[in-house]
Design a protein around this ligand. Structure first.
Ligand SMILES: [Zn+2]
Ligand SMILES: [Zn+2]
Length: 282
């Protein structure tokens, strides 16, 4: 990372994400069955792998990761310690309920989340944040285990082929005309149409524009007037040819662009989970 990149972001935030990223789980804590042709067929019909081929997560490992994430959050945000502690205290203690809650969380069932939050009067955004940070190390393994079996070139949908989430970053490759979307939850990147909204069905070019900030022409923020969504994008053509671009860090380093987009009235769609659910409703 160059110094120029760092000046945009509070060092504190980068340190927080660096530390969060050290929280890992052994791959065997997530079990995935073989990807048989029937599963691939279902996946090709547009069902993300998390739904047509759900993995088994070791329940106690899930809670261990959650504790570790909570410790880090409290260290960086002491002002939110009380909220984090209340959330931890509200988690089920009994084995069957613990196992059920992990299964619901893994399915990213919005109903389970809203019941949990309202019954115990918890801060919803903090619960969602803690859960998605906890799921990340597991879903990273899930994506890595599946990647070889999936023909991502054939997917080309607005939601993640592995976990069904929204993309929160995209990449314009050096190759003319190629764009990929990136899901930060499971770290999957997949090809998508160069033109068209990554959140709604809009493909009318007049509805899109992008802005850049002068200091960093390498980033574009595409906004859609139809759904008011925005997506941060890296233009590889504006980066040194030998630079290894990791979208995870590009996303963290560009929080200033999220703030700008939100100030302009655009929404961070990543908060609406899961994207795949919207598709089913539409
Ligand atoms: Zn994903
Ligand atoms: Zn849109």
């Amino acid at each position: 990372m160059s110094e120029m990149d760092v000046q945009f972001v509070e060092p504190h935030l980068l340190d927080l994400y660096r530390e969060l990223r050290t929280v890992t789980v052994p791959p065997e804590k997530l079990q995935t069955g073989p990807v048989v042709p029937e599963i691939l067929e279902t996946w090709q019909s547009g069902i993300p792998m998390l739904y047509c081929h759900p993995p088994q997560i070791d329940v106690e490992s899930f809670f261990e990761v959650l504790e570790e994430i909570s410790r880090i959050l409290k260290q960086y945000h002491p002002d939110r310690s009380e909220d984090v502690n209340r959330i931890l205290a509200a988690l089920p203690a009994e084995a069957e309920a613990r196992s059920k809650s992990v299964a619901e969380v893994l399915r990213r069932d919005g109903e389970w989340l809203s019941n949990f939050v309202s019954e115990k009067d918890l801060p919803e955004e903090m619960v969602g944040f803690m859960i998605s940070l906890t799921l990340r190390p597991f879903l990273r393994h899930f994506s890595a285990q599946l990647r070889e079996s999936l023909d991502l070139e054939s997917w080309r949908k607005r939601f993640c082929p592995v976990c069904g989430g929204h993309a929160n970053f995209s990449r314009l490759s050096r190759e003319i005309g190629a764009r990929t979307l990136y899901c930060s939850l499971c770290e999957t990147e997949w090809p998508f149409a160069r033109i068209g909204c990554a959140f709604c069905n809009e493909s009318d070019q007049k509805q899109f524009r992008f802005f850049t900030v002068d200091e960093a022409q390498r980033y574009r923020v595409y906004v859609c007037e139809t759904c008011k969504g925005y997506i941060k994008t890296i233009d590889e053509g504006k980066t040194p040819i030998d630079e290894k671009i990791e979208l995870f860090w590009e996303d963290v380093k560009t929080v200033h662009l999220d703030l700008l987009a939100m100030q302009e009235g655009y929404e961070n769609k990543i908060a609406e989970i899961p994207a795949y659910g919207d598709e089913v409703k539409n």
